[in-house]
Design a protein around this ligand. Structure first.
Ligand SMILES: [Zn+2]
Length: 140
């Protein structure tokens, strides 16, 4: 049986309003039974609504995680095997520091003639540190 909560509440209100004019106990019992039936329907509807809210809260949580992951991915561009982070605040261009493509850690450098490296996972860039300015300009 499909019934809305508003319809159940309206039926209950009507039944309660009608109680004052009832003369016989049999009619009173009938009205009380009707109110109890409507209350049962409301309990069922409330349970379904709670379950639906719980499902939707879970879905929102999953979508939030997906958006956060997407934002994280969108702030980098991959080029020559390294990640370059977009400049903050919506400015055009990329920061002149490559990030590790595996763990997104800012890469370190020893000098211009050796590759960048990730201390966390031992990744090395395919280019030497001294080339990063040219590479970022190519990327832009
Ligand atoms: Zn790494």
């Amino acid at each position: 049986m499909s019934i809305t909560a508003a319809a159940s509440i309206a039926t209950i209100k009507t039944a309660i309003d009608a109680l004052s004019s009832i003369q016989s106990a049999a009619v009173l019992r009938e009205r009380i039974a009707l109110i109890q039936d409507q209350m049962a329907l409301l309990e069922k509807a409330a349970g379904q609504a709670e379950a639906k809210i719980a499902d939707q809260a879970k879905e929102i949580e999953e979508l939030r995680a997906e958006v956060a992951s997407y934002r994280e991915t969108e702030q980098y561009a991959e080029y020559m095997g390294a990640l370059f982070k977009r400049k903050p605040g919506g400015r055009n261009g990329y920061q002149e520091v490559p990030y590790c493509p595996r763990c997104h850690t800012a890469a370190g450098r020893a000098d211009d003639d050796t590759p960048y490296f990730c201390a966390a996972c031992q990744w090395f860039s395919s280019f030497n540190a001294g080339e990063v300015g040219r590479i970022v300009r190519e990327l832009e």
